[in-house]
Design a binder for this molecule. Structure first.
Ligand code: DOR
Ligand code: ZN
Length: 346
């Protein structure tokens, strides 16, 4: 028997598209089903100024399939030299929807990020004044802090003090991976939301490390213990308006994933909605999927939900996805959830 659900077309509130050949190869995977996506600015070199963002948006638009209503929502990469006036102008022009805070050295292409938050306070004050959202990669980079604790320590030492200093600043705590992250977001009554990835709802750290190392499950923030995955699942499937989908789909070629020092990132764009329908159904929460994937995100970003819908259909047999996407730079492996997917976008 085929079951189906129809929901408002989803958006992805955290997406890596890269540039050039990689952009052309991965963009259709998102544009097929999603209405909009917040586009990460961690290119090499990063998207720092409004001029960079306008040029990158044009390259994305040029790479889009002809029949699509997909809209990229651009961001700027926050550096210690970012000009508050340039940020404000880009926001007022409708060019950008967020500024991205990477702690320097936290992840892929984050070298130009923030070493000391004091050096970006003028930008953050301006953003607070104009209502522009700050997207935060919330991990400390201090090498003495255990990698599994970096998110929790960031909340205590950077995020909470920042919110006390600038209570009007609108913040997305991106790709949260811990119970502490969930609890902290729930403790906030305004101006704080969190995105959750597809893969962090499915894998815990055993999937990466037990029975042999699985580089394709390695991403940052790294997946944590099972109790954290369960906290993320409860938050995502609760319908709570503060939690929404940000896939952090992050393409790297297999050659770059399988190195002795491999790149961080899971590429989930191709099968994200099938994975999510599976997860929500498993938790008896299919009726909350629309809030998580299509409604809570736009509300946080003060945008209207998409006007059209998509239908997900449950098949009697497994839906077959490509195991990888071919790009001119090499193959990119598609996320393997470790179970059959039965739901597909009709
Ligand atoms: O796993 C990740 N990959 N985490 C990030 O924060 C960056 C991303 C990337 O750009 O590859
Ligand atoms: Zn990311």
């Amino acid at each position: 028997m085929t079951k189906s659900i129809t929901i408002t077309r989803p958006d992805d509130w955290h997406l890596h598209l890269r540039d050039g050949d990689m952009l052309r190869a991965v963009l259709p995977e998102t544009a097929r089903d999603f209405g909009r996506a917040i586009i990460m600015p961690n290119l090499v070199p990063p998207v720092v100024t409004s001029k960079d963002a306008a040029a990158y948006r044009d390259r994305i638009m040029a790479a889009l399939p002809t029949v699509t209503s997909f809209k990229p929502l651009m961001t700027l990469y926050l550096t210690e030299r970012t000009d508050p006036a340039d940020v404000a102008a880009a926001f007022e022009d409708g060019l950008i929807h967020a500024v991205k805070y990477y702690p320097a050295g936290a992840t892929t292409n984050s070298d130009s990020g923030v070493s000391n938050i004091k050096n970006v306070m003028q930008v953050l004050e301006k953003m607070s004044e104009i209502g522009l959202n700050l997207c935060i990669h919330g991990e400390v980079t201090n090498p003495e802090i255990d990698i599994f604790d970096r998110e929790a320590v960031f909340i205590d030492t950077i995020l909470d003090p920042l919110r006390s200093e600038l209570p009007d600043l609108r913040i997305t705590s991106e790709h949260i991976t811990t119970k502490q992250g969930v609890d902290y977001v729930k403790s906030a009554d305004q101006n704080l939301g969190a995105s959750i990835t597809t893969h962090h709802l499915i894998i815990n750290r055993n999937h990466i490390l037990a029975g042999g190392i699985k580089p394709h499950y390695y991403c940052l923030p790294v997946a944590k213990r099972e109790e954290h995955r369960l906290a993320l699942r409860a938050a995502a499937t609760s319908g709570d308006a503060r939690f929404f989908l940000g896939t952090d789909s992050a393409p790297h070629t297999d050659a770059n994933k399988l190195l002795p020092c491999g790149c961080a990132g899971c590429f989930t764009a191709t099968n994200t909605l099938s994975c999510l329908a599976h997860v929500f159904e498993e938790d008896g929460a299919l009726d909350q999927l629309e809030k998580f994937a299509s409604l809570n995100g736009p509300a946080h970003y003060r945008l209207a939900p998409n006007a059209d819908t998509i239908t997900l259909q449950k098949e009697n047999s497994a839906v077959i996805y490509p195991k990888s996407i071919a790009t001119a730079d090499g193959d990119v492996t598609v996320f393997d959830p470790g179970f059959d997917l039965r739901w597909r976008v009709a």
